[in-house]
Design a protein around this ligand. Structure first.
Ligand code: 5AD
Ligand code: SF4
Length: 467
């Protein structure tokens, strides 16, 4: 018998297409899912049209994000029907936060979906796939067990000089607008040894920059490894520990909460050279009344003080943030306070969103919801301020020599794209052999979304040595 049966053995050639929505945690999870599927013979497909398995790794943070998934599922249904007529099966899986939040609702609304896999269950993908092939029924797997997931994940393959590494999952903060505590569960920190082993393996594969990820990354806390000082380590100690790994040149972390910015982490931002001068610290609003209604656990004043203390130890740090406009009860005056806070902080970059009512969150049933048109106007005003600040921050780099880590080739011949310490994209004409290396670049100009620079003499020398 030579005819191949589905899921017969590990070596069958198949293809998977993973579409990732939302945050960097999902980018990391998608990468790990691809890694899990590789030993089963799944190669990356160029598009959903060509794939045997399509995974939507979803985001539930705002209503639009969830609705996008259903429209994408409609499109996939057509592909699935066409492929069925050609005698080929396509499996569709919904993973991530929409899977967690909506569960069986997804297969009720979109019966073409074969698997619904929550963020803590994707390590079970191989067995779930085998089960769908056997049973032809839809499968729902949305249990919370973060530690088990990490224990069962295979070693990962690096892809380029930068990598994400999840160190923490979940959130206990219960901001009244946010679905994360319901979709990602309570705060769980991975142990130091597991994180160090993953970081070392990435470094051996040539990774130079690691971004530590967590929904509340600076809530990370865990006992130190044997022989190290301290009872419980926080993110500052972890960063110092990882900075000792040979080959790791840069560390970043995201996303932090103002409440968990402790002295140890602030000190590390001040003196740990491998920790990059960039901090994403969402504030959400500038009015104390709104911050209280959001259950943020900090006032505008405390946030401003915190940034001042961080700037005192690292004056050049690029501050980034998140804002929500049009939260329930946000008056004109409250919105003006948000604008004033943005002016006071002077962000290097920031994200801003219109409040989106998420069923199941306390915010969704609050009185005095703000009309959509008002939200639009406020968002436009805030974004104008933040965009001007971003451009000014970028322009400030002109004339400086910044170390740039080259990550990929650009659209133009001979062009490489890298990142500055402040996470700006930098476009440089440089030999391809410099991909993956760090080199000093003189910044000569700015474009709307990037800096433009030239290799300095030292940078050119490094490139020639690498060639
Ligand atoms: N509406 C609008 N923005 C939201 N965010 C989270 N929940 C909502 C919501 N319901 C934003 C916050 C958060 C970022 C990831 O998404 O600013 O920091
Ligand atoms: Fe959501 Fe607030 Fe937790 Fe951030 S801190 S994930 S906004 S509940």
């Amino acid at each position: 018998m030579t005819k191949a049966r589905p899921n017969q053995g590990p070596k069958q050639e198949k293809s998977v297409f993973i579409r990732t929505y939302g945050c960097q945690m999902n980018v990391y999870d998608s990468e790990r899912m691809a890694g899990l599927l590789k030993p089963l013979g799944y190669q990356a497909a160029a598009s959903a049209e060509d794939a045997d398995l399509v995974i939507l790794n979803t985001c539930h943070i705002r209503e639009k994000a969830a609705e996008k998934i259903y429209s994408e599922l409609g499109r996939l249904n057509k592909i699935k029907a066409r492929r069925a007529r050609e005698g080929r099966d396509v499996k569709i899986a919904v993973a991530g936060c929409v899977a967690q939040a909506e569960g069986a609702e997804i297969t009720a609304r979109a019966p073409q979906v074969d698997m619904v896999i929550g963020p803590q269950a994707y390590h079970r993908l191989p067995e779930l796939l085998a089960r769908t092939a056997r049973d032809h029924g839809e499968i729902l797997e949305t249990d919370f067990a973060v530690e088990e997931k990490f224990d069962r994940l295979a070693a990962r393959e690096a892809d380029g000089p930068t990598a994400f590494l999840t160190i923490q999952e979940g959130c206990d903060k219960f901001c009244t607008f946010c679905v994360v505590p319901y979709t990602r569960g309570v705060e769980v920190s991975r142990p130091v040894d597991a994180i160090t082993a993953e970081a070392r393996s990435l470094a051996v594969q040539g990774v130079k920059e690691i971004t530590l990820l967590g929904q509340n990354v600076n809530a990370w806390a865990s006992p130190p490894p044997a022989g190290e000082a301290g009872e419980i380590w926080g993110l500052g100690e972890l960063c110092r520990h990882l900075a000792k790994i040979d080959g790791i040149e840069r560390l970043r972390f995201t996303t932090s909460h103002p409440r968990d910015m402790d002295e140890g982490l602030i000190a590390a931002l001040g003196d740990e050279e491998k920790l990059m001068p960039y901090l994403h610290l969402p504030v959400q609003a500038g009015s104390d009344k709104i911050l209280k209604a959001m259950n943020r656990g900090h006032t505008a004043g405390r946030y401003i003080d915190l940034i001042a203390r961080i700037r005192a130890v690292r004056p050049d740090i690029a501050i980034s943030g998140d804002f929500i406009v049009g939260s329930p009860g946000e008056t004109n005056e409250a919105f003006e306070a948000t604008l004033a806070l943005a002016e006071e902080i002077n962000y290097a970059s920031a994200y801003s969103f219109k409040y989106s009512r998420r069923p199941g969150t306390p915010g969704a049933v609050m009185l005095k919801q703000v009309p959509e048109a008002e939200k639009d106007q406020r968002l436009a005003r805030l974004q104008a301020v933040l965009e001007a600040q971003r451009q000014a921050f970028n322009k400030m780099q002109i004339g400086k020599i910044l170390p740039v880590l080259f990550e990929k080739t650009g659209r133009h011949a001979g062009q490489l794209i890298g990142r500055s310490p402040y996470l700006q994209s930098v476009h440089v004409t440089a030999p391809k052999s410099m991909l993956g290396s760090l080199a000093p670049v003189r910044i000569e100009g700015v474009t709307p979304n990037a800096l433009a620079g030239v290799l300095t003499p030292e940078g050119t020398k490094e490139g020639e040595a690498a060639a």
